[in-house]
Design a protein. Structure first.
Length: 214
């Protein structure tokens, strides 16, 4: 317990850093994921092509490489931001590709007649998607989206290698101070367990509330 009690503030700072990274990256991933899913089923060919390219590139790019591209590449184009913001961009964009595919799979479960009926009433594509299709699709994709957000929380550990405050990065300081590396990682693992179980519990509540079988 000494490694935790003696360095509680350090662990707390890393824990809160991971929570912040997960929260803001999740928001960005959900927004971009919904947008790219809309693009992928849009009647406009250019939008479908953009959505397909987004998903294909990001799903087949290692996350570490994406971190390098964002943190080292964007400043070359004059975009200078705190490393934490760059980490949110990298994590959010990467995860959005997986959320997009989960949503697209959910959209495909909605009977085609629902969209045709909405269009026959004079609704636009955007209205049909947001008021008819997506609300039904969301019910079927709550579990996979939850799993994707949990994966995002664990992927946030990569940010520590880029000078971003997060939970896994605390081991460097504690190792330099001479603490037992095994117990250092045990408490780090406990921190991640708390985060992932909290996310899992939240999505279980959402699934029970909205995941109605159709």
């Amino acid at each position: 317990m000494d490694v935790l009690t003696d360095n509680f503030s350090l662990y707390a700072e890393g824990f809160l850093g991971t929570v912040e990274l997960t929260f803001f990256s999740s928001l960005l991933a959900l927004v971009l994921g919904f947008l790219m899913a809309a693009f992928r089923v849009a009647p406009v060919a250019s939008l479908r092509a953009f959505g397909t390219a987004w998903v294909t590139v990001l799903r087949n790019t290692p996350l570490t490489l994406l971190f390098f591209a964002v943190l080292l590449g964007l400043p070359r184009f004059g975009l200078v931001l705190p490393f934490g913001v760059f980490a949110v961009i990298a994590l959010g964009c990467y995860t959005s590709a997986f959320i997009c595919e989960a949503l697209r799979a959910g959209i495909n479960t909605v009977p085609r007649g629902q969209g045709e009926a909405a269009r026959s009433l004079g609704m636009t594509f955007g209205q049909t998607l947001t008021t008819v299709v997506l609300p039904q699709a969301f019910r079927t994709v709550i579990p996979p989206i939850g799993s994707t957000i949990i994966a995002l929380a664990k992927n946030s550990a990569i940010a520590g290698a880029f000078s971003v405050t997060e939970l896994l990065g605390t081991y460097k300081t504690l190792s330099e101070l001479g603490y037992n590396i095994i117990w250092t990682f045990v408490w780090i693992a406990v921190g991640y367990l708390i985060i992932t179980l909290t996310i899992s519990a939240l999505f279980n509540v959402l699934e029970k509330r909205y995941g109605v079988a159709r």
